[in-house]
Design a protein around this ligand. Structure first.
Ligand code: 13P
Ligand code: SF4
Length: 360
């Protein structure tokens, strides 16, 4: 091992000795040193989402965090190249905010089931059905959907964004469960119009009318939702929580707001990935169940060695998991995979993202 690799290995080992076996750390330390040298050569910044695997998370990113944090970092950087260790919608957001910079996503397979759940045509159809109702779009969407929206949100600011609009109706897209959790917390109703444009038009129209009638008959504030779901968080159930609590009675259960409202209600705490990390750090419980992508449990365990971290690792994000250190090295070496957003879409999407960032 040369001196630089040894220093990197020592740093990684100090954090990860209880989480990652030594043999892996030695190999990853070598790759990390290569990545960091290329990072300097290319004047690049690496942003790493909280779901990155532990060896990556604790070695190469200049900044780690949740979606909101990382979009703020992307907005502030003065580097020429942004390498996004996350998924495509996150890298696209960085490009939307930095049109003149090169934005790289190390895998071309890092999608997201929520982003895939809605199209710009769907949003235009909803706006035609509910004219004048503001559209709040979760950042887990692609640029053309953001471009049709009034404002974006993440899981950490969604409530503040909805409240900032001072209105009694919003269209909230595309996460059924995040919408349901926010509606419940704010005391709003939520309805789900069915307007898939492609088929079954008679049935769609009937469903739609039913919903519209329901909407006009409701008092109070109403959220018009969409039935997109995160393929990871939708799998956690109240029964999972009950079973774990029966086995570990002292456990504190944390869930991401992309979990169903039933699951968040049965948890001790629900919040964005950053909020869950903070909760574990600051709370006095000794054992936690973190209902989110499993790698984050490893990262929290590494930062809190005195605490016991349980996680349900049979559910993994197939998209986040395509981002590896090997591919991050290749991204910097071969300038891949470069994110491109057509300027006409980017300008409109930027308004929604900037508006969100200004709210905080
Ligand atoms: P956060 O904004 O909480 O980091 O969530 C992003 C995400 O994709 C969760 O699945
Ligand atoms: Fe998308 Fe869910 Fe994966 Fe997050 S965990 S990137 S919401 S599929």
């Amino acid at each position: 091992m040369n001196q630089q690799v040894q220093a990197m290995y020592d740093t990684m080992r100090a954090k990860l000795e209880k989480v990652v076996p030594d043999v892996e750390l030695r190999i990853k330390a070598e790759i990390a040193v290569e990545i960091n040298a290329l990072k300097v050569e290319r004047n690049a910044v690496i942003l790493g989402h909280n779901y990155m695997e532990p060896a990556l998370f604790y070695s190469i990113p200049d900044f780690v965090g949740d979606s909101l944090d990382l979009s703020r970092k992307a907005a502030q950087t003065d580097k020429d190249v942004i390498v996004f260790c996350g998924v495509k919608f996150m890298a696209e957001t960085a490009k939307i905010l930095n049109p003149s910079k090169t934005v790289l996503l190390p895998s071309d397979k890092a999608g997201c089931s929520l982003a895939a759940a809605i199209t710009a045509d769907d949003v235009r159809a909803l706006k035609a059905l509910f004219p004048g109702v503001p559209v709040v779009t979760y950042v887990n969407t692609y640029a053309d959907v953001k471009a049709e929206s009034d404002i974006c949100c993440t899981s950490s600011n969604a409530k503040a964004v909805v409240e900032s609009l001072n209105t009694d109706k919003v269209i909230f897209l595309p996460d059924e469960y995040l919408g349901g959790n926010i509606a419940r917390d704010l005391g709003w109703n939520i309805i789900f119009p069915y307007i898939k444009l492609t088929a079954e038009s008679a049935e769609n129209a009937e469903n739609l009318n039913k919903n519209l009638r329901e909407l006009s008959g409701l008092g109070g504030k109403t959220m018009i939702g969409w039935k997109g779901r995160c393929e990871v968080h939708e799998k956690f159930t109240v029964n999972d929580i009950r079973t774990v609590r029966a086995q570990f009675p002292e456990v504190a259960v944390l869930s991401h707001p992309e979990c169903s409202p039933d699951v968040t209600a049965a948890s001790d705490f629900s919040g964005s990935t950053n909020a869950m990390i903070k909760y574990v750090k600051e709370s006095t419980a000794l054992q936690y169940l973190v209902l989110t992508e499993c790698a984050m449990g490893d990262n929290i365990a590494a930062a809190n060695p005195e605490k016991d971290m349980l996680r349900l690792c049979m559910v993994r994000c197939p998209h986040m998991n395509t981002i590896t250190m090997e591919d991050t090295l290749a991204a910097l070496k071969f300038n891949r995979y470069e994110i491109d957003v057509p300027e006409e879409i980017r300008v409109r999407a930027a308004r929604s993202v900037q508006r969100m960032i200004e709210i905080g």
